[in-house]
Design a protein around this ligand. Structure first.
Ligand code: KIV
Length: 272
């Protein structure tokens, strides 16, 4: 007799829309590999973002710009092998969509075909609208990303809070509407004033997912390495750290080294 199969209710883009309508908050976290994706999905997160922050936390680059489409596909397909329930969204990396909508669509198709992920995310508003529309027309769900968009760091010059001035806040208000009209299923709002995020969240029917955008967004996202305390150098005000994994891992490694050096590892029970 076969073992009982546990029914899993998978999260879809429609689930997220329903969650917003019902006032249920959406929890999103980044992941970049099989093992952590398994932990995070097993803990019942709603969405995993295979972020281009992999460029920082996995590859050690200073910015998100160097990561390639091939590298994102490698990370995303590893994540897909670890999940069972959550929705997986993958960042289109810098250079894979900005040139024109044909290139953007080709990049999005590669991600969907080669990883099995459920959706993609792009940074920007009006300036990338053609690409967003073309990708959605091909049946690929798109998440937007406004506010601090790290792929534009050399245009901004700093990682400071965005849209504090009225001009930029108005552009963000308009971009959010355009992304909704184009058919995006959700939008990330990064590092903008909480009051602006509240206003935008209340003005659209698709969910907003905030990072450094206050408590009124429909959901929140953090970079896994930051919230687990693996990455110790990055401590912005918006970050809540839930673990001190850098410290704890260091302790475990020092104990292992000590056990090897003193000959206490392996013991007879750990030998054949
Ligand atoms: O790449 C990433 O991790 C992101 C989040 C910070 C939203 O885009």
């Amino acid at each position: 007799m076969s073992a009982a199969i546990k029914e899993v209710k998978k999260i879809t883009t429609n689930t997220l829309q329903r969650m917003k309508a019902n006032g249920e908050k959406i929890a999103m976290l980044t992941a970049y590999d099989f093992s952590f994706a398994k932990i995070i999905d097993g803990a019942d997160v709603d969405v995993i973002l295979v972020g281009d922050s992999a460029s920082n936390v996995m590859a050690g680059h200073e910015t998100t710009l160097p990561i390639t489409l091939e590298q994102m596909i490698y990370h995303a397909s590893s994540v897909m092998r670890g999940i069972n329930r959550c929705l997986v969204v993958v960042d289109l990396p810098f250079g894979s969509y900005q040139s024109n909508s044909e290139i953007a669509l080709a990049s999005a198709i590669r991600i969907m075909k080669e990883t099995g992920a459920h959706a993609i995310k792009l940074e920007g508003g009006e300036e990338i609208l053609d690409s967003v529309k073309r990708i959605i027309s091909a049946g690929i769900p798109v998440m937007g990303h406004l506010g601090l968009t790290p792929q534009s760091i050399y245009k901004f010059g700093t990682y400071n809070v965005r849209a504090k001035e009225e001009d930029e806040a108005n552009k963000l208000r308009n971009d959010t509407k355009l992304l909704q009209e184009a058919g995006c299923f959700a939008v990330v709002l990064e590092k903008i004033p909480a009051q602006l995020a509240k206003e935008v969240t209340e003005s659209i029917s698709i969910p907003t997912i905030g990072i450094g955008a206050g408590k009124h967004c429909d959901g929140q996202v953090l970079v896994m390495h930051d919230m687990l305390g693996i990455n110790t150098e990055f401590k912005p005000r918006f970050l809540r750290q839930y673990l001190d994994l850098y410290e704890q891992s260091g302790k475990a490694v020092r104990k292992y080294i000590d056990d090897v050096k003193t000959g206490s590892f392996p013991n007879d029970n750990e030998s054949y």
